[in-house]
Design a binder for this molecule. Sequence first.
Ligand code: FBP
Length: 549
Amino acid sequence: MKATPLELARNSYQPKRPRVLTTAAGLHRSDPPAPLDGGEAVRTTFPRTFDLPVVTLTPDATPAPGERRRVGVLLSGGPAPGGHNVIAGLFDGLHAEDPGSELFGFLGGPSGLLTGANKRLSRELVDEYRNTGGFDIIGSGRTKLENDSQFDRALAQAREMELTGLVIVGGDDSNTNACALAEYAAEHGSPLQVIGVPKTIDGDLKSPHIETSFGFDTACKVYAELIGNIQRDARSSLKYWHFIKLMGRSASHITLECALQTQPNVTLISEEIAAGNVELYEIVDRIAEVVCVRAEQGENFGTVLVPEGLIEFIPEMKTLIAEINDVLATSYQEFEALQTFPHKREFVAGRLSPGSTGIYRHLPREIATQLILDRDPHGNVQVARIDTENLLIEMVDVRLKEWHAAGRRVGAFSPQRHFFGYEGRCAAPSNFDADYCYALGTTAAHLLREGLTGYMAIVRQLTRPVDEWSPGGIPLARLMNMERRHGSLRPVIKKALVDLDGPAFKEYVRQRDTWAAETRYLSPGPIQYFGPPEIADRPTRTLELEASR
Ligand code: FBP
C-alpha cells in the first residue's frame, strides 16, 4: 500500500508503554467489583466466570511460564481509531512470550469466526498497519455471536485451527457475547480462552474499571477540530446557524466532550432531556430563545450540537416510535399495499394514540417519511437515520416566524446542517489511542499467558504519564446487568450513559449559559502527532475531569 509522508512518519512511532509492560510481570488479584442490578441472575448464567477476581499486572509477582501460542483475533462493530495497534500490541506480546507464537485474524468480524475465513498475521503485515486508523487489516462486521449453535461452530473452528486463545475487540454487545462464549467454552471443556477489548468511539463502554473505550479520544478530537473550524467560519461570515449532529448511537458522550473542547452556543445532551422529561417543543423553544438573545446583540450566527441518539430520549418521540413499530408489525401487509405516501401516513396516524397522532401529523414531511418508510431488517424505525438536526431546524424556523408575527425581534435565521460520524471512526489514532491500544493488546497477551478467560483487558490511571498506567483485567460477567431484550430478561453489559452527576456534565452546566449568550468558541485544531506532550499526548477533557474528582 502506498503511504503518505505522515503515514510513513507515524509508522515508525513507538507507542509509549506502561512500565509494568516492559518488565516480567505477574498478577495481583483483588476482589471482583460489586454486582450490578440482577447480579444473582447474572451469576446463575455465568457460574464459571462471575466470581473471578480483578487482576492487575505487577512486577512483584512471577509471570506464568511462557509457551508457544496460537491465537485468533476479531474486530467487531463500527471501526474505532487504534484497532490496528491492539493487534500490534497483541502480536508483540505473544511473540515476547514465545517467538514461535502465531496470530490469526478472522475476516469481516465475528462472521469470519463462523465461516472460518481468516488470515495469518505475519510480522510484515502487522508492521505495515502500526499506528494507522481503520480496521482494514482484517475488516469488521456486526454479526452477533449469541446462540449455542454459533458457539459450537466457533469452538469447532478454534479446535480445527488449534487455537487456545481468542481476542474479541468490540463494544458492549460484542463483549457480552465474548463473555457468553467464554462461559460456554469452559462449560464444554474447550481449552479456548476468550478475552475482550473495550472498543467504541461512542464512549459508552465504561465503568469504574474501564476509564474509557478506545477510539473515543481520536474521534472526538477529529469532530472538535471540525466544529472549531465551523465556529471560526460562523464568526467570520456572521450569517449562519450551524446545526451539527454527532455520532453516538445512544449515549451523548461524544457531544459532551466536543462541547467541552469547543464551547458552542447550544448543546443538547440526550440523558438530561430524558431525565427532565423535556418535550420536543421545549427543546425547540430553548434553541429559538438563544437565537433571539444573540440576535439582540447583532449576532445572527451560532452553533448547536445534537447527539445522534437524541430522538429516542425525547419522551413523546420515544412513545411515537414504539407505537409506529407496533402498528407496522401488526398491519404490515395492509400498509405495504397502500400506493402513496399520504395514504401510508394517514394509515399510520389513524392507528396511533391521540397524543402520538397529533405529534405525527405535525412532523415535517421528510421526518414523517423516515419514520414509516426507513425500516431495519426487523421492521423497526432506523432511528440513527432520522435527520434530527433537520427536524430541529424546521421547528425552530417555524417558532421564530411565530414569534416574529407576534412582534418579537428574532433576527435572521439562516441554518446549515452537518453530520459528523464516519469522518472520525478511521482517523489515524492520536498518541493517546495509539499508546492505549498498544497497551490493551499487550495486556490481552498477558491475560492469555496467565490462563485467564472471560476477562476484559483494561488499562487504568490513563491521565497519568504512560509509564505509570496500570494494566490488568476485569471479569466480563461483572459488567453485566439484566435487561429486557426481545421480550425476555437477559444479562448484558450495561451501557454507560452520560452521568448527570459526573464532573464532565457539571462542568458543561457551569458554563453553558455563558457559551449561549456570548461567543466563547474554542478551536482545538487538528490532532498533533508530534510535539510537546501537553499538546500531543493530552487526553480528553472528560477523562481529565473524571480523574480530578
Ligand atoms: P460501535 O458501537 O460498534 O463501536 O459503533 C458505534 C457507531 O459508530 C455509532 O456511533 C453509530 O451510530 C453506528 O456505529 C453506525 O453504524 P454503522 O457502521 O452500521 O453505520
